[in-house]
Design a binder for this molecule. Structure first.
Ligand code: UD1
Length: 368
């Protein structure tokens, strides 16, 4: 049973699902959607673009406080775990859906496999950090994307269950790249921007957007960036909600920032690949920008992907006032792109899903 529910989980799971369906038909796979993300552009589009089959069920958990959301998912999921009797519950990433599914399964005595295990930012106030730690500690199989993640797991006494597989997001990127190359020109034309002629922005972390003073500071910084470069800001529903409440969304568009709804996976990669710089607080996008050799400014003080910091490819900028200077510095550095070395492949070789499915198969040979 594979449990997903939020946008990044659809991406992380798609190559694993594809591997099972193409090369391991003997595995009886049930996909469950928690319903944590429910808007068309946060969920359905990803299923379509990544060719993920329809889930067995959508639990429609929706939004709520952390406790309410996690509890609703656990409560509704338990019923399907009891009727489906899975041999294994697989959970990708670090969202509330990840933790809810891992906890529900562990308490029923069902083995859990964590895809993207061992990541640590060191910031325990981050909801995802709590989800990662607890999920790792109730999992039987830990699929680590990087050597750093393996070290983190060993440090917490979890080394025996850990496997270095690489990152399934690299697999996903490889799968969709031909479609991105085919479509990117049309995407850019639709928004009236040109290759290397704009800065791409995505922000959704509670630590950046929930506090209106901080969000206002970030907004002012983006407006300043927009004085010297075009800015494409793909606004997450959480961020939109806050900006609407503060009545400042119009200020952004008024200053030349192109504000878009949440972008699909293919649109995101099209925009990212052609941008001159990314400003983000997303974990996944720090990595994607590294892989696509786009310089990145991360609006946070920590990262769970320290490999991206190598050679200055990604810079942590916690103070919003510094964002405009950081952006112009990173773009002025002509040799920058050569300094990003994805050839070292810190996130694996694009075969993480094959390895993951092979290990699952080996562990459960004979059962199912
Ligand atoms: C979640 C994950 C985060 C991940 C992010 C990707 C947790 C704790 N966080 O954060 O790790 O990086 O997804 O997007 O699980 N909303 C909509 N439509 C939707 C979904 C959400 O409008 O389809 C609104 C909700 O009303 C809520 C806000 O977005 O106000 C937050 O949604 P939620 O899923 O709780 O957390 P994210 O911030 O998306």
């Amino acid at each position: 049973m594979l449990v997903v529910g939020a946008r990044p989980q659809f991406i992380k799971s798609a190559p694993v699902i594809r591997e099972m369906l193409s090369n391991h038909r003997e595995i009886d796979l049930s996909i469950i959607h928690s319903g944590q993300h429910y808007d068309r552009e946060m969920s359905e589009i990803f299923f379509r673009e990544l060719e993920i089959p329809r889930p067995l069920v959508n639990l429609h958990a929706g939004s709520g406080s952390h406790a309410a959301q996690t509890a609703t998912i656990m409560n509704r999921l338990e019923h399907f775990m009891l009727t489906e009797e899975p041999n294994l519950v697989a959970v990708p990433g670090d969202t509330n859906t990840t933790l809810a599914a891992a906890l529900a399964a562990a308490k029923l005595g069902i083995p859990v496999a964590h895809i993207e295990a061992g990541l640590r930012s060191g910031d325990i106030l981050m909801p995802e950090e709590i989800n990662r730690k607890l999920t790792d500690h109730c999992s039987t199989l830990l699929f680590a994307p990087t050597k750093t993640a393996i070290r983190n797991l060993k440090r917490e006494g979890l080394g025996k269950s850990a496997y270095l597989t690489g990152d399934t997001m690299v697999d996903a990127l490889h799968i969709v790249m031909p479609a991105v190359l085919e479509r990117e020109k049309t995407v850019l034309r639709r928004y009236g921007v040109q290759t290397r002629g704009y800065v791409l922005v995505t922000l959704h972390r509670p630590s950046n957007v929930d506090d209106s003073n901080r969000l206002r500071e970030i907004q002012l910084a983006l407006q300043k960036v927009a004085e010297s470069s075009r800015v494409v800001f793909a606004v997450h529903p959480r961020t939109r909600e806050r900006l609407v409440k503060m009545r400042t969304l119009e200020n952004l568009t008024g200053t030349g920032v192109i504000v878009t709804k949440p972008l699909s996976y293919l649109e995101t990669l099209s925009f990212l690949r052609n941008s001159s710089c990314l400003v983000t607080d997303s974990g996944g996008m720090q990595k994607e920008s590294f892989l696509l050799q786009v310089p990145c400014i991360t609006v946070r003080s920590t990262t769970e992907w320290p490999e991206t910091l190598e050679g200055g490819a990604n810079r942590l900028v916690a103070n919003p006032q510094i964002i405009p200077t950081a952006v112009s510095d990173i773009m002025a550095h002509k040799a920058f792109r050569e300094r990003i070395r994805p050839s070292k492949r810190p996130f694996g070789d694009g075969y993480a899903s094959e390895k993951i499915v092979r290990i699952i198969r080996k562990t459960f040979r004979g059962s199912a």
